[in-house]
Design a binder for this molecule. Sequence first.
Ligand SMILES: *[C@@H]1O[C@H](CO)[C@@H](O)[C@H](O)[C@H]1NC(C)=O
Ligand SMILES: *[C@@H]1O[C@H](CO)[C@@H](O)[C@H](O)[C@H]1NC(C)=O
Length: 246
Amino acid sequence: MGLFDFAKVMMVVYNLLILSGGGGLIAVGFWMHFTSDLLGSNVLGVFAVHTMNLINVDMYFISIGIVMFLLGCLGCCGAKKESKCLLIWFLSIIVIILVAELAIGLFALAYSSYIGTYLRSWARPALQNQYGRHFHFTELWNRTMTKLDCCGFNNYTDFTGSYYSKLYGEIYPSSCCGNTTLRCDLQNAKNSMVKGCFKWIEWALDEKLYILGAVAAGVAGTESGAVIVALYLFFYLDKDEMIKAA
Ligand SMILES: *[C@@H]1O[C@H](CO)[C@@H](O)[C@H](O)[C@H]1NC(C)=O
Ligand SMILES: *[C@@H]1O[C@H](CO)[C@@H](O)[C@H](O)[C@H]1NC(C)=O
């Protein structure tokens, strides 16, 4: 078997990999879409109205999966038919995808450091003014704090002097005292040392970003291999054509 035949086989193998990777991503995307995990639906529900919608992991998986699937078909076809035209299409699309991935990666990196700062500046004032005032907001926070055994964004002091605390006379949400039946006043909240919810939220966000990053790296690695093989095939066919024409 010559180098050319070997490259053809490699091209088909790479593209079957891309194709099945695409299929896998679509499946995972749908699976994530239809199973509402604890962090996704409860904790992040608090921020759903805000920035969270930008990181829509399941839709990202599904769309990348579809493109990879089609790309895999295109690459396989190009190698099998020894078609320069299909190979050029394959190469152009894959280079565009690689550039887009790089851009998304850089964006995610910048975004992850920005989002923590943003949440910090947003959460405390929101708890101070809106907890106990707006039903939906209060309910989401109640659910988050009960599920995760946490209190406020940083800690119980987020409720000190808040609308809620003033309304009930220096009273804190019961989660701040570990959901006991005790009257949750300043002293009890202080003694029970319940942690703030920020750690959890940060963890959930980081997890999402790491999953995105790992998938992007895997996809980029496979694609880079396919680019090298496709380039070799293209130039081989090109040379071959010139020899035949001469
Ligand atoms: C509560 O959180 C604030 C803001 O992060 C911090 O300054 C303060 O020291 C914390 N208090 C306690 C008792 O942990
Ligand atoms: C949230 O919890 C507090 C006590 O922890 C309670 O007073 C309030 O009624 C709850 N609000 C909602 C909307 O669930």
